[in-house]
Each structure stands twice: as C-alpha cells, then as structure tokens.
Design a protein around this ligand. Sequence first.
Ligand code: AMP
Length: 191
Amino acid sequence: MRLVLLGAPGSGKGTQAVRLQQALGVPHISTGDLLRAAVAAGTTLGIQAKAVMERGELVSDDIVLGMLGERLSASDVDQGFVLDGYPRNTAQAHSLDTLLARLGQPVDQAVLLDVDTELLIERIAGRAKAEGRSDDTPETVRNRLRVFNEQTAPVIDFYASSKRLVRVDGVGEVEQITARVLAAVENATAA
Ligand code: AMP
C-alpha cells in the first residue's frame, strides 16, 4: 500500500503515520524527519535547510526531492510506504508522480486529515510545550499555516481531480482516526 498523508500542521499526520506504519507493515517516510536528521548531522544540506525550517518556509524542491528519491529507492519500500510531509506544493506532487512512475510504484491513495483551523492552532501550541520543536514558535506556526494554505492546499485538489483523494475527519481519539483512515483507504482501493 502506497499512501500519501495530507493535512495542515497540527492535523495529526505524524501521529497517524506512525500508527499506519504498524497497521499496514510499510515504512513511514517523513520529509520533515529526513530534513531534521540532516540538520542534526550538520551536513551542508542540513545547514542550508535549518534557517528555512526555522522560518516555517519550504526547503527547496530540488533538495527535498533528492533526499526523498534516495529514501524511496531503499529495499524496505518494496511493499509500499506512508509518506508524510510530501508533496507540499503542486510541483512536488508532479515530481512524486514522475519519480514513482519510474520506480513502477504509483501512489494508491492520498488521505487528507481534515481538522478545523482553530483546533490546529490549539494543538500546535500544546505540542510546542510538550516537544520543544524549534519551529513551533508562534510566528513560525503562523507562517507554516500560511504556507499550507497557499502552497499545500492546491495539492488536495491535485489528488481529488485525479480521483486519488480520501477525506477523513481528523478530530477524535487517535485510535478512532486510525480506524477511519484504514476503512476509508480500504473502501477506496476496493472501489
Ligand atoms: P514537518 O515535520 O513535515 O512539519 O516539516 C518541518 C519543516 O521541514 C517544514 O516546515 C519545512 O520547512 C520542511 N519540509 C518538510 N517537508 C518538506 C517538503 N516536502 N518540502 C519543503 N520543505 C519541507
């Protein structure tokens, strides 16, 4: 199963991706995690990405595509993946289709975790306290939500227009949301 998980910052993408990895037995691939690892390792790419991430903006498409292409070529991706944090704009969505067509592994479904904006802001504020992520400051959060609305929201239409989108209510208990995602994906792939 090859899934793309879409949702605004604070929609619970990361939490659900980890649970879906277990439920589906395929790796969770997060471009945010790949970038944070590069930052922590102090690679040239990490140094370039750090400032951009701290502003809540998008790292360049080329850098992220390069990292993702490498990750998707690993052997543990044979049975599929849950992609979290990519694509973030329509150029990335097209690049992903091209990359996966070359690997012979097209996306089965994109899943949108639907959460109201007010609740997103509350959740991110809670996470900032709990995790101390350097990109969870109020200003960065505002920027990340703006970037989502301007650049990532069109990706939802991209998958909807190619009939690969399922929408899932992202409000409720974590377990309940995972069950909703699994049921929605099963329904869509059986149709
Ligand atoms: P995330 O953990 O997915 O919220 O990502 C954290 C930050 O990493 C984002 O705010 C961006 O600065 C950067 N990032 C993650 N994924 C991407 C992507 N697909 N394209 C560009 N930047 C990204």
